[in-house]
Design a protein around this ligand. Structure first.
Ligand code: 13P
Length: 254
């Protein structure tokens, strides 16, 4: 299936940036400049305390607000954690799961990512599941093995009916925040391998799963990356923190 049958997703990941007050200011500005067309899904995933300000300011727009993580349990004695149903009730549509920064600093594993994916889907949210290889893994030519294994592990036990709610983000770790992007051709090839791995588990439903590229994607390189047939959108870090830049990424072909 050609990419034109999959709706583009452009998602921002703010990481640990912006206060609720700054969130309100960003959203207010972004609302005035964001493209009006309906051709792509736009999400902004923000720190948990910024979710209420983001949801309130973006009410009645087509921008979906998301979180950057959640706990796999329904509720209980998990001090400091946030459950998927709380995010849903707060107005979230998306949750980023398994970002490499969480895998690196917060002991996230393929197993915990999988549990979170199952919980988030059961609550009716869309998980944006991050996979990606380290520089060393790239240099030893095991990129495809790494990302396919991470993808299959994250999707273990997902029902075929729900898999199309999952968004995968291919983020080479060496490209995150470094200004180095994978070449468009390399990113396209790796994303094709991820899709083939999904096809092994879910058959033709793989054609409907959106797979994004992330890692130093910005207003300058978005058009080239997005011209690739397998790249269904972007997960944008730094460039999503400035309303004008994020708008340009969304408007990549405009
Ligand atoms: P940058 O766009 O800042 O490289 O971050 C990418 C990322 O980690 C998005 O999740």
């Amino acid at each position: 299936m050609n990419r034109k049958y999959r709706k583009t997703v452009i998602a921002g990941n703010w990481k640990m940036n912006k206060t609720p007050t700054e969130t309100k200011a960003f959203m207010t500005e972004f609302k005035t400049i964001m493209p009006r067309g309906r051709w792509c899904d736009v999400a902004l995933c923000v720190p948990a305390v910024c979710i209420p300000a983001a949801v309130r300011t973006m009410r009645e727009t087509r921008i979906g607000i998301g979180a950057e993580n959640c706990n796999a349990n329904a509720s209980g004695a998990y001090t400091g954690e946030i459950a998927a149903n709380m995010l849903l009730d707060a107005g979230c549509k998306y949750v980023i799961l398994g970002h490499s920064e969480r895998r690196q600093y917060f002991a996230e594993t393929d197993e915990t990512v999988n549990k979170k994916v199952l919980k988030v889907l059961a609550e009716g949210l869309k998980p944006i599941v991050c996979v990606g290889e380290s520089l060393q893994q790239k240099q030893t030519n095991i990129t495809n093995e790494v990302v396919c294994m991470q993808t299959k592990a994250a999707l273990c036990g997902v029902s075929p009916a729900k898999v199309t709610d999952v968004v995968i983000a291919y983020e080479p770790i060496w490209a995150i925040g470094t200004g180095m992007t994978a070449t468009a051709t390399d990113a396209n090839r790796t994303i094709a391998a991820i899709r083939a791995a999904i096809r092994e588990l879910f058959g033709d439903a793989a054609d409907q799963v959106r797979i994004l590229y992330g890692g130093s994607m910005n207003d300058k390189n978005a058009t080239e990356l997005m011209s690739q047939p397998e790249i269904d959108g972007g997960l944008i870090g730094g460039a999503s923190l400035v309303a004008e830049k994020f708008e340009k990424v969304i408007n990549y072909h405009g």
